[in-house]
Design a protein. Structure first.
Length: 261
């Protein structure tokens, strides 16, 4: 991969720029990850949990609320990193012309795009820390095993950030992001085991769900939240790493085609 030679430590200047903008509006950015899990837990705990009853997962019998709690963390990682590397990156690239300004400096295109993906993963980690704190306060994350959610969220953030950046490279207008959201992200959100075991799906649908990266992130998050640290988590982590490795060069290539005239 020749493009790796163009990545330098200057990329952290780009990352720091995004972090500075984020911290200037930190109150607005922190509220959703803090409030969202509490609302979901209260809604599902008071509503569906009584109807669904107990669920069997990972060799344990847990309440429905405990079942979905790790799924909320995994879904948040996906939404945070994918949105940051699509909508937010597109705004910086197309409307604010931030990418053009950066590329007029010694920064390489690889520096800028790599920093954008790393920043999207960083936002996923921040969201996990905030959501995990709330969920752990409800007693649905077993500590200290649940601390593994942090590196898992970083890995998941890199995977979805790379996918999102590739999407940005091939999407002509900001309105067109509705298409991958509708066809890819929303189905993943609904059918990757976050809200119900995929064993209840038809066999073909369950097998298809296991190909989705969110399924692997959800399964890994649920395992560490329940304290089930086994070799299966490594497989899920390797799958997410594979997604990042595949889509990172695709993102670089797509963004080079778009930005370098």
């Amino acid at each position: 991969m020749i493009f790796l030679g163009n990545v330098s430590l200057r990329l952290w200047r780009v990352w720091a720029r995004n972090a500075l903008v984020y911290l200037r509006t930190w109150k607005i950015n922190f509220i959703p990850p803090l409030a969202e899990p509490a609302l979901y837990i209260l809604a599902f705990g008071a509503g569906l949990a009584g109807l669904v009853g107990k669920l069997r997962t990972g060799g344990q019998t847990v309440s429905y609320t405990a079942f979905i709690a790790p799924g909320l963390v995994a879904a948040s990682v996906m939404w945070q990193s994918y949105y940051e590397s699509t909508y937010a990156s597109f705004v910086r690239m197309y409307f604010q012309k931030t990418f053009d300004a950066m590329l007029a400096t010694p920064l390489s295109l690889e520096d800028v795009i790599t920093a954008e993906i790393l920043w999207s993963a960083s936002k996923a980690v921040v969201a996990t820390l905030l959501m995990g704190t709330v969920i752990a306060a409800f007693g649905y994350i077993r500590l200290p095993d649940g601390l593994w959610l942090v590196p898992l969220s970083a890995l998941g953030g890199l995977a979805f950030g790379a996918v999102g950046m590739w999407t940005t490279g091939i999407t002509p207008t900001i309105e067109m992001f509705n298409l991958p959201i509708f066809l890819f992200i929303t189905p993943m959100f609904l059918f990757s085991g976050a809200f119900f075991p995929i064993d209840g799906l038809p066999v073909w649908a369950a097998q298809l769900a296991k190909l989705l990266p969110l399924y692997h992130l959800t399964a890994a998050c649920r395992a560490v939240s329940f304290g089930n640290l086994d070799v299966g988590i490594l497989w899920h982590a390797l799958y997410l790493a594979g997604v990042a490795v595949v889509f990172y060069p695709l993102a670089i290539k797509a963004m080079r085609r778009r930005l370098i005239k």
